[in-house]
Design a protein around this ligand. Sequence first.
Ligand SMILES: NC(=O)c1ccc[n+]([C@@H]2O[C@H](COP(=O)([O-])OP(=O)(O)OC[C@H]3O[C@@H](n4cnc5c(N)ncnc54)[C@H](OP(=O)(O)O)[C@@H]3O)[C@@H](O)[C@H]2O)c1
Length: 322
Amino acid sequence: MTMMNAAVVTSFAEPPHYQPFEAPAPAAGGKVLVDVLAAGLHPRVRSGAAGQHYTSSGTLPMIPGVDGVGRLPDGKLVYFAAGDDVPGTMADKALADPRRAVELPAGVDVAKVAAAMNPAMSSWVALRRRVPLKPGQSVLILGATGNAGAMAVQVARRLGAGRVVGAGRDPERLRALLPAGADDVVQLTGDAGATGEALAAAAAEVDIVVDYLWGGPAQLAIMALLTARSDRGRALDWIQIGAVAGPAIELPSVALRSANFRLQGSGQGSVSPRGYLAELPALIGEISAGTIDVQAKAVPLADVEQAWTSEQVPGVRTVLVP
Ligand SMILES: NC(=O)c1ccc[n+]([C@@H]2O[C@H](COP(=O)([O-])OP(=O)(O)OC[C@H]3O[C@@H](n4cnc5c(N)ncnc54)[C@H](OP(=O)(O)O)[C@@H]3O)[C@@H](O)[C@H]2O)c1
């Protein structure tokens, strides 16, 4: 048995602890052992480590981490996603399927790639695979102040959006979206009436909404946009991606009858692994070229416990480095 160091979750109520753990053995199905160089601490990783993600099996102990940058046994530097059936990537070593790993260009910033792929992929895949964005269409990013939302503004622009509106709570992060590609921003406040009016004024005519919030803000925004729309027969495609503001909404049936409102989600399951894989090379190209801006904070894997519990700086994604 070969041992390695890893972030290990032994209780869903505690952060992972840095400790020795048995290295996974290269398995059937062609998976190989990768030297992990960087793994992102994404919200998805946190929910998995808390036993709360919809893919969680509930089995402990477990190693968190859904993706990372690593080196294959043949020396190739790759971005790879860990399967749901293997230990996670927050360890010295992890299993990767070379057919599902994408080679990275030489000299790439590995921490940036590990930080950006998960949040950037959310909108890239949604706007390419779920509702392919047509050049010139207009897009509202609901929840544009988080990492994924801020990248969604840049992704929509890069994929040819004619107009991009960002909506979120934090005024400073909202202002920063304007030079990053947003045409307009809307602040979501505790005043539902004023927020609904501001959303209607800025985004009633959008073609697509990319929604990271769900909960109260989505419930408010759906009716605000549909009722203010000049032509309710024109499609409004709503892509549900995250639920940071709440897991459920109340949706009046009239929303679906009185307008051409099309609601769908984008994530693991609604997009096939093959669909994700097909999008990775182009997205890696954008990130390595710097078209999609990302702030990464590299932290030694040995400090995982502290990284887990310390407050995250808005707009900066923590990356654990073995
Ligand atoms: N389906 C997919 O493919 C996929 C992929 C990646 C991520 N996601 C999901 O997308 C979501 C965002 O991910 P992320 O990486 O951007 O996370 P993040 O960087 O932690 O950002 C989350 C943001 O949510 C905002 N927020 C929190 N509660 C809110 C509320 N009640 N109302 C309005 N805004 C609120 C905060 O912005 P303020 O500072 O403005 O409050 C925060 O910056 C997560 O749910 C994640 O799981 C889904």
